[in-house]
Design a protein around this ligand. Structure first.
Ligand code: SAM
Length: 351
């Protein structure tokens, strides 16, 4: 089992030939534990309203420059139908922490998806109340994504002001992840890579925490500065000294992805949009070759997509849904992989 020191050593490795070894190890672990299938999860960004003030995120509540939207049930259903048409196994409904999404309204929609389609349903709606999470689980939701963003409690507090004006508490977020597991969801989490103030040690601790939490899904992607946010403007947190600050680079994204595969070999790991944003030509494929086994094509209606601007120039804005759908199978096959069928949940028994 890879140790914390080894993780740290890989994170700071610069030798290209040595890094090839890491990519090979991660790809072998991926093949052995989750196989060659790449699961497609249709992403529906159902609302960009958000009650939170996360210092890095373009849809944070105080950002008045963004036009807010919330999809109707009919609009979401249209996206669900396209997921079925394209043969995807899962729909992922994501939003800001939008309390205008009423719990019973969403439960009815989840029930309809589970009754009328074979799709798995993943939710990613922020820190909603435990009784709402239970209601959605009872309605048939299968999975929930909630990144803890960083395992450094002090940094977490500085970049996430709480709704009471006090620094946000990492423990609250970890407690929500525990609730999700107790409710029987497949639980997903993850971090941003290279947020100012993130040290190599804390990133190594993040990766170790993935293992401790026994996560079913893990999303990791480089931090991308949004100029309309405090952290994007250089406020709230400052980069550490050279050699201490984790860079928010594509290469660091692949290192964290590969190490995540080694510490959590059975988890479902997406090749994230943040990676594709940094390298539109081949970021997704390189992610697949360095540990990932999931891609999340964007099914959000085009008129809303550019409004879900968590960071500038999200990769998905450059392509239409149809173009992406046509290209994605070819891209997956070009790296010797197959398109997954069925819901593509975690394969083995948890332990
Ligand atoms: N509201 C839900 C939540 O907080 O879990 C889901 C939506 S939130 C926008 C989804 C993810 O976007 C966050 O977990 C965060 O890691 C990522 N994100 C937000 N701003 C980002 C940025 N500037 N760069 C990279 N990732 C970012």
């Amino acid at each position: 089992m890879i140790t914390r020191d080894e993780i740290l050593r890989w994170l700071t490795e610069t030798d290209v030939a040595r890094l090839e070894e890491l990519w090979t190890l991660a790809d072998a672990a991926r093949k052995q534990h989750v196989g060659d299938a790449v699961h497609l999860r249709g992403l529906i960004e159902i609302s960009n309203h958000c009650a939170r003030q996360c210092g890095y995120c373009g849809i944070r509540a105080p950002h008045t420059g963004v036009k807010r939207y919330r999809l109707s049930a009919d609009e979401i259903w249209g996206c669900v139908e396209r997921a079925v048409e394209y043969g995807y196994g899962t729909v992922v409904m994501q939003s800001g922490e939008d309390w205008g999404i009423r719990a019973h309204w969403l439960a009815a929609l989840i029930r309809r998806i589970k009754t009328e389609t074979e799709l798995a349903v993943t939710l990613s709606l922020g820190e909603r109340h435990a009784d709402e999470l239970a209601l959605w689980r009872a309605a048939g939701a299968d999975r929930y994504l909630l990144r803890f963003e960083t395992s450094d409690a002090e940094l977490y507090g500085r970049i996430h002001p709480g709704t009471d004006g006090q620094p946000g508490r990492l423990d609250d977020r970890l407690a929500r992840l525990r609730v999700l597991k107790e409710l029987g969801y497949e639980a997903g989490s993850g971090v941003m890579i290279g947020i100012p103030g993130q040290s190599y040690q804390s990133l190594a601790a993040d990766i170790a925490l993935f293992r401790e939490l026994d996560l079913d899904m893990i999303g990791v992607g480089p931090y991308l500065a949004h100029p309309a946010t405090p952290i994007g403007r250089g406020e709230w947190v400052q980069p550490l000294a050279d050699g201490e600050q984790v860079p928010a680079t594509e290469l660091m994204g692949y290192k964290v992805l590969a190490l995540t595969r080694l510490v959590c070999p059975e988890a479902n790991l997406p090749s994230t949009t943040a990676l594709a944003t940094l390298n539109y030509e081949s970021g997704r494929e390189l992610g697949l070759m360095r540990g990932a086994n999931v891609i999340m094509p964007n099914l959000t209606p085009p008129e809303y997509r550019c409004l879900y601007e968590i960071y500038p120039a999200k990769a998905c804005l450059q392509e239409s849904e149809e173009d992406f759908h046509q290209a994605i199978r070819r891209r997956i096959e070009s790296v010797g992989r197959t398109v997954g069928t069925g819901p593509g949940g975690r394969l083995t028994v948890k332990g």
